[in-house]
Ligand binder design. Structure first.
Ligand code: PLP
Length: 398
């Protein structure tokens, strides 16, 4: 009775999981493995946020909340939008979910029918195509490369839009490339989208506060498209709250109402104490956002310089998030110190892990072979040691 459904069978075991399984196996053998594979900040949740959750629990905020999220949290989200992005959504335009991931799931489950297409920019966050597939949609990948700064061009978007396109999914700042779309970039894409009224625009802005260039929200740039735009955001990355599982979507009421119908049959809403914590994060001291972003930037610079110095990895800088996405094609055709021949990004990652104990993720996991992803949300000591090992690995390639 428990054969996998066709829908779930189509979702592959993530490449990130495969690398972490190999890394874990090596650790169990007693090897000293440094993992630069994970996508979460190494900072702690701010103490005042934890305190607010504690107080909320003691005050009895331990029951179901409104399915769309508490009014306090939705007001705090609207205030943050006004303060940071220059627009104020109505409460009914906001739905609080169990992490940004569930915003995506709710939206696709609520709107896709079999055959409906979702345009996804590669390199993409690995979950995007999988969530679309689970929701019966068809991911349509638009490739990019370092030459265009891993951003799609308006022409590329125009060519990709077809009669079955239901959504364009953008992510800025991007995981894994770190690309950030400027105001001009977003305006140019909006211009194309104005000619395609059947296309919804989902913009994942979860890394908004980890941007080293001015961040602009698509919703503020193209307010005339607000009736078909869904903004995805949350506290996971900005406030180091990945485990609290609070994200939100901001979109037109007919969409948030449909998403609410999905959510009401999956979770009944996000955790009450986590929502209280998120209110404290959004209403509290915002200085830490800039401090943490500056800290990430320093680590980015240190690691990018070290990778470029290998002469093998070709590492463009990244404007946001906490990832670097260097090309590894110069290693192709070469043989490692341990005698492994490298023909692909996956070979590079496996050999680096087995020979030097450094776990990275191959670019093909993000739909872009020939690159590798490193997260620099790790201590400077770990990054320095990883850079030393990567340099040794590269220097030994013959
Ligand atoms: N969007 C992107 C681009 C991400 O990288 C991630 C987490 O890795 C998420 C969304 C998920 O965020 P959350 O933890 O709030 O579900």
């Amino acid at each position: 009775p428990f054969r996998r459904s066709a829908r779930i069978d189509a979702v592959e075991l993530s490449e990130i999981l495969k690398i972490s399984e190999l890394a874990d196996a090596l650790k169990r053998e007693g090897r000293d493995v440094i993992t630069l594979g994970t996508g979460e900040p190494d900072f702690s949740t701010p103490p005042h946020v934890i305190h607010a959750a504690h107080q909320a629990a003691l005050a009895g905020e331990t029951t179901y909340t409104l399915t769309a999220g508490t009014l306090e949290l939705r007001r705090a989200i609207a205030a943050a939008c006004q303060r940071e992005n220059g627009y104020t959504p109505e409460t009914a335009e906001i739905i609080v979910c169990t992490g940004a991931k569930q915003v995506l799931y709710n939206a696709f489950a609520a709107t896709l029918d079999p055959g409906d297409e979702v345009l996804i920019v590669a390199p993409y966050w690995t979950s995007y195509p999988d969530i679309v597939t689970v929701c019966d949609g068809k991911p349509v990948v638009m490739p990019t490369s370092a030459e265009t700064g891993f951003r799609i061009t308006p022409e590329q978007l125009r060519d990709a839009i077809g009669p079955n396109t239901r959504w364009l999914l953008l992510n800025s700042p991007s995981n894994p490339s770190g690309a950030v779309y400027s105001a001009a970039d977003l305006e140019a894409l909006a211009e194309v989208l104005r000619d395609a009224p059947h296309v919804g625009i989902m913009v994942d802005e979860i890394y908004q506060h980890i941007s080293y260039v001015p961040f602009r929200s698509f919703r503020a740039i193209a307010s005339d498209l607000a009736d078909r735009t869904l903004i995805v955001n949350g506290v996971s990355k900005s406030y180091a709250m990945t485990g609290w599982r609070i994200g939100w979507g901001i979109g037109p009421k007919r969409l948030t109402a449909a998403m609410l119908a999905v959510q009401s049959q999956i979770t009944s809403g996000a955790s009450s104490v986590a929502q209280a914590a998120a209110v404290a994060a959004l209403d509290g001291d915002q200085q830490l956002l800039a401090e943490r972003s500056d800290d990430f930037r320093e680590r980015r610079d240190m690691l990018a310089a070290a990778l470029n110095a290998t002469g093998v990895l070709d590492c463009p800088s990244a404007d946001g998030a906490f990832y670097l996405f260097p090309g590894c094609a110069r290693a192709f055709g070469k043989v490692t110190a341990g005698g492994r021949r490298i023909e692909s990004d996956a070979d590079f990652c496996t050999a680096l892990l087995e020979e030097e104990g450094v776990a990275l993720v191959p670019g093909r996991a993000f739909g872009t072979p020939g690159y590798v992803r490193l997260s620099y949300a790790y201590s400077r000591a770990s990054l320095t040691e990883a850079a030393t090992r990567i340099a040794r690995f590269c220097a030994n390639l013959k």
